[in-house]
Write a protein that binds this ligand. Structure first.
Ligand code: PLP
Length: 416
C-alpha cells in the first residue's frame, strides 16, 4: 500500500513527495490517494502553507500605505515576492510583474486594456482552436463591446497548431495574437518561439497563456520575446487567488489602467486623476500580499529542484503513461503521440465508456482524474467529442501512480 510504494521510490522522488502531506491520504478507508488532477490545481508543499501561516500570525498588515513596522515588513515581503517572480520568469524589471488573481484575470486585463487602447471595430485577434475558455471569452467580451473579430488558427487531428494556416491569418486588421503555451486538454507544447517570431514579423504583439507551461518547464520571457505572459499560482504549487501578468514595460506603459481604486493612483481630485507607476497602475485595491508570499515560496521550491529536472521527470512519466495506457483495449489518447511535443497532460477515452463514469469509478479506487470538456468546448467540437478523461502529472507523481491508473482503467473497463 502507500508505505510500500513510498519505500520503493528513488530518494529524490521520496524527498519531493514528503513536502506534500496531502499525498499520504487514504481514501474510502483503503485506497492511497493517486492525485492526477494537477492541470486543474497542484497540491501545496509545507513551505508554502507554513510561510503563509507565519505571515498571518506574525506580520499581517496592509501593504504600501503604512508607516508602521508591520506594514513596512509586509510591504517588503510582498515586493520581495515580486522580485522572486521576476527572477523566475527572467523579466527585465520587477515593474513588468503585475499581480493578478490568476491567468484568467491576466488575460482579461490584457484583452480589456489592450482592446481599449489599440483596437477598434473590425480589428482582429488571433487565437487557436485549442484555447481554454479564458482565452476565448475574454476576447469575445471585447468583440461584443467593440466589434472585435476572432481569427482561429486550426489544429491537426493530433492536436498541433497548423503553422501555415497561422501565418495566413495575418492581415492589416490583426492587432494581437493570444495563444496557449501548452494545451490543458491535449498536452500539446506549442512552438511559441515561432508563433511569436512570425507575429513580430507582422508587427503584432503576442500574449502567451502560460497556465500549463509554467509548472513544467523553465520560462524565460526575454528569450521567448513574448509581449505578455500569464500564469496562475495555484497550478505551480502556490496558493489560489494569485497569479501573474508579465508585460513588456513598453506595452504596459501604453495601456490604460484595468480597475480604479486605491494603489493605482498618484493623485485624485474630482476633476482629474493621475495614475501610479508600473506595476501598481494595474493593481487597484489591497493585493493578496499573503498569497504573494506563498507564491514566492512555491517558485523557490520548484527552482530549488530545478525546472529542467522536473521536466525530465514529468516527460519520463508522460512517456511511460502513454505506453502503458496503450495496453488498455479500445484506448484512444488525444494529442500528439511524440512525447517531445506532449507535456504532462494526457486526455483519453476508452471505447464508449462515458468519461464521467470512468472518472467516478476511478475515484472509488482513490484515483483523482478530471472529466468533461476541461473549459475548452470549441476544442471538443473540433475533436467531435463531448469530453475526455484527463490525467495530469506533477513533480510528485511516480510510475507507481501511472501503474495504479492503468490498473484502475482496466478494472473499470471490465465492469462494462
Ligand atoms: N489557461 C489554461 C491553459 C488553463 O489550463 C487554465 C486553467 O485550467 C486557465 C487558463 C485559467 O486559469 P485560472 O482558472 O487559474 O485563472
Amino acid at each position: 500500500m502507500q508505505t510500500m510504494q513510498i519505500n520503493s521510490l528513488p530518494t529524490q522522488e521520496k524527498e519531493w513527495r514528503s513536502a506534500f502531506p496531502i499525498l499520504n491520504k487514504v481514501l474510502y478507508g483503503k485506497y492511497p490517494l493517486v492525485y492526477l488532477d494537477n492541470a486543474a490545481t497542484t497540491q501545496k508543499p509545507r513551505q508554502v502553507v507554513e510561510a503563509m501561516t507565519e505571515e498571518y500570525y506574525n506580520v499581517n498588515a496592509n501593504v504600501h500605505r503604512g508607516v508602521h513596522f508591520l506594514s513596512m515588513q509586509a510591504t517588503d515581503l510582498h515586493e520581495a515576492s515580486r522580485e522572486t517572480v521576476r527572477r523566475f520568469l527572467n523579466a527585465r524589471s520587477a515593474s513588468e510583474i503585475v499581480f493578478t488573481r490568476g491567468t484568467t484575470e491576466s488575460i482579461n486585463l490584457v484583452a480589456s486594456c489592450f482592446g481599449q487602447a489599440f483596437m477598434k471595430e473590425g480589428d482582429e485577434v488571433i487565437i487557436s482552436e485549442m484555447e481554454h475558455h479564458s482565452n476565448i471569452v475574454s476576447w469575445q467580451l471585447l468583440g461584443e463591446s467593440r466589434g472585435i473579430k476572432l481569427r482561429i488558427v486550426p489544429i491537426t487531428d493530433d492536436g498541433r497548431i497548423k503553422m501555415d494556416d497561422y501565418e495566413k491569418l495575418f492581415g492589416e486588421r490583426t492587432k494581437i495574437v493570444s495563444i496557449t503555451h501548452v494545451s490543458n486538454v491535449l498536452g500539446t507544447v506549442n512552438p511559441v518561439r515561432d508563433i511569436i517570431r512570425i507575429a513580430h514579423e507582422h508587427g503584432v504583439p503576442v500574449l502567451i497563456d502560460g497556465a500549463q507551461s509554467t509548472p513544467h518547464m523553465p520560462i524565460d520571457v526575454q528569450e521567448l520575446d513574448c509581449d505578455f505572459f500569464a500564469f496562475s499560482g495555484h497550478k505551480v504549487y502556490g496558493p489560489t487567488g494569485i497569479g501573474v501578468l508579465y508585460g513588456k514595460e513598453e506595452w504596459l506603459d501604453r495601456l490604460p489602467p484595468y480597475m480604479g481604486g486605491g494603489e493605482m493612483i498618484k493623485t485624485v481630485s474630482f476633476e482629474h486623476t493621475t495614475y501610479n507607476d508600473l506595476p501598481y497602475k494595474f493593481e487597484a485595491g489591497t493585493p493578496d500580499y499573503v498569497a504573494s508570499t506563498g507564491l514566492a515560496k512555491a517558485l523557490d521550491f520548484v527552482t530549488s529542484i530545478g525546472l529542467d529536472t522536473i521536466q525530465t521527470h514529468e516527460r519520463d512519466l508522460t512517456d511511460y503513461a502513454m505506453q502503458r495506457l496503450m495496453e488498455v483495449e479500445d484506448m484512444n489518447i488525444f494529442g500528439p503521440k511524440d512525447v517531445s511535443l506532449h507535456d504532462a497532460v494526457i486526455s483519453f477515452q476508452v471505447g464508449n465508456i462515458h468519461h464521467l463514469d470512468m472518472g467516478t469509478l476511478l475515484d472509488r479506487l482513490g484515483i483523482a482524474v478530471r472529466t468533461g470538456h476541461h473549459c475548452a468546448e470549441p476544442l471538443m467540437h473540433r475533436l467531435g467529442i463531448e469530453g475526455t478523461c484527463r490525467a495530469s502529472f506533477a513533480l510528485y507523481n511516480t510510475r507507481e501512480d501511472v501503474d495504479a491508473l492503468v490498473e484502475g482503467i482496466k478494472r473499470v473497463r471490465q465492469m462494462f
